[in-house]
Design a protein around this ligand. Structure first.
Ligand SMILES: [Zn+2]
Length: 122
């Protein structure tokens, strides 16, 4: 088994971790599968990814959705490190999409503003 605190590999019948000394015996009342999935919360940013894709920037939103969709699959497969990496990438692409959407919006606003101004001065 692996230590839940430091991740060190221990014998299956070990009572304490050889590396950090944590008690390895499972808590008697905790249901193990539920405890394992709820112990690590990895946000998948799927709603954020979809919103930024629809509202802001489609090209940057697509990788955000792809990474967001990988988070739950990896979590279910027990790949917590992979899920966290996908979650991080999803968040990064969400912000890129949001930033790109805002930049385009501001640029568009400036162009319209400039157009209005030049018409006023004509
Ligand atoms: Zn340990």
């Amino acid at each position: 088994m692996f230590c839940t605190q430091c991740g060190a590999s221990n014998a299956d019948n070990a009572t304490v971790c050889v590396q950090c000394g944590r008690n390895l015996q499972p808590a008697p009342l905790a249901a193990r599968p539920a405890a394992m999935t709820s112990a690590v919360y990895v946000p998948n940013y799927l709603v954020f990814a979809i919103l930024t894709t629809v509202l802001c920037c489609l090209p940057a939103g697509i990788p955000a959705i792809v990474y967001a969709a990988q988070v739950n699959g990896k979590l279910q497969a027990g790949d917590i490190a992979g899920a966290q990496a996908a979650s991080k990438n999803a968040k990064m692409w969400c912000w890129i999409a949001l930033g790109a959407g805002l930049a385009v919006g501001i640029l568009y606003g400036l162009l319209i503003g400039a157009g209005v101004m030049s018409r006023m001065h004509r």
